[in-house]
Design a protein around this ligand. Structure first.
Ligand code: DCT
Ligand code: MG
Length: 395
């Protein structure tokens, strides 16, 4: 008998569903398990995507192809694979046959081929080939170094550098970030746990309130979405009185440095103004936006002195962002992610609402003005979207 319990659950949860035509299904001699097809909206910001992924084998495969495309300067293909993976992440149960995918958005011919391969043969030849390819392996190893992007890795590979060892032997000049990245390579490859993120949060909070009483810090990025591990820890810092946050970042960084917590740091002002996807008309109050990319020295073991050669700390990537309170809701929404969810919010705003959304502001092109907000909920309302909490933004 056909189990449709997920269907009634979906209906209750407000998730749209669709049933395939029984006759067509019988014509194609598809077994009962495949009778139920899925239906999801095409914008990821219209979907609720929890961390409970029922199709990890398929989404890992598509994510790997996305990563390979991104590392090969093929961003369009990368986004296409990311969108396909995100659609599968939103499904209420495992996919068992490609017919279930009929009518789903964002699944192009290429992604469908990969999915079919895995469903029918247990693996995708393209994914396996990519995984084994020297080029992909080299791009991965090199871009896993903090401070190394796809372009730099590409250049090094052309010079015959495929491994960390070859890089060290090559005499290539590394900038300060890359030197630190290489030095802490093994640590930075280890996922950061929520407990480690919380421990760092306590230290950053101490720094922030000692240099500016009343300032507030919020854990953002993947940990705010409920992830148990991450590649870094992201914090947003603000002060409830507009303007008090000016000059805060250098003071926080100095405090952390003086206490020996920073192995590396670089502060940039204004990063979002330079980004291509910022609002069409940046407001003058945006030039206060500051960001610090750092490598934190986190003490991991307070116990007895370790044997010589063993250390009791690890390096962790930490990003700090300071926002004026007037932009806080936009910064919070923009830095919570996931990356695809953010991209889709901006696409929705631009294409469906004639608005420009950034981590600083929301601009209404029709009204020709910025829309003020003090909470994420208000921003969703402006955008005509149902509120999606952080734990359901894991697209
Ligand atoms: N962000 C974004 N677009 C980018 C980069 C980042 O919208 N190109 C936002 C969304 C997530 C947030 O910034 C933090 O970025 P990451 O730390 O890279 O993402 P994460 O979701 O926190 O992932 P991880 O758990 O691996 O740190
Ligand atoms: Mg993060």
């Amino acid at each position: 008998p056909l189990d449709i319990s997920w269907f009634t659950e979906s209906m209750r949860a407000g998730r749209p569903v669709e049933i395939l035509d029984r006759h067509k299904v019988q014509e194609q001699q598809i077994d009962e398990a495949e009778v139920v097809a899925f239906s999801v909206p095409s914008y990821a910001c219209l979907r609720r995507t929890t961390l409970d992924n029922h199709n990890p084998v398929l989404t890992d495969a598509l994510s790997l192809l996305a990563e390979n495309a991104e590392l090969s300067d093929e961003d369009g293909r990368g986004v296409a694979f990311r969108r396909a993976a995100a659609v599968l992440k939103a499904l209420p149960e495992p996919v068992t046959g490609v017919t279930q995918l009929r009518g789903l958005p964002c699944l192009g011919g290429h992604s469908l081929r990969v999915i079919r391969d895995i469903l029918e043969n247990g693996a995708s030849s393209e994914v396996e080939f990519t995984k084994q390819s020297e080029r992909f392996k080299a791009l991965k190893v090199l871009t896993d170094i903090f401070g190394v992007g796809a372009k730099t890795a590409e250049r090094w590979i052309r010079d015959g550098i495929h491994s960390l060892h070859q890089l060290q032997e090559s005499g290539q000049t590394l900038n300060r970030a890359q030197q630190a990245g290489l030095e802490h390579y093994d640590d930075l490859k280890q996922p950061v746990t929520k407990a480690e993120a919380d421990a760092i949060g306590e230290i950053v909070e101490e720094a922030v309130v000692s240099v500016l009483p009343g300032a507030q810090i919020t854990l953002i990025g993947g940990f705010r979405r409920g992830k148990l591990t991450g590649h870094d820890v992201d914090f947003l810092i603000t002060h409830p009185e507009e303007g008090r946050e000016v000059g805060l970042m250098p003071k926080v960084v100095s405090w952390l440095e003086s206490q020996g917590f920073l192995l590396y740091q670089k502060t940039t002002r204004n990063s979002y103004l330079e980004a291509k996807d910022g609002p069409a008309r940046p407001a003058s109050n945006m030039d206060r936006f500051e960001r610090c990319f750092s490598i934190f020295k986190l003490v991991t073991d307070e116990g007895p002195k370790p044997a010589s050669g063993h250390r009791r700390w690890r390096a962790v990537r930490v990003d700090l962002v300071v926002s004026p309170i007037s932009q806080f809701a936009f910064a919070l929404l923009g830095w919570t992610g996931s990356k695809l969810f953010e991209r889709e919010l901006r696409r929705w705003a631009g294409h469906e609402k004639a608005m420009s959304l950034s981590s600083h502001a929301l601009y209404d092109n029709k009204q020709g003005r910025y829309l003020k907000a003090t909470s994420e909920e208000e921003i969703f309302t402006y955008l005509g979207l149902e509120y999606i909490p952080p734990s359901e933004r894991n697209a």
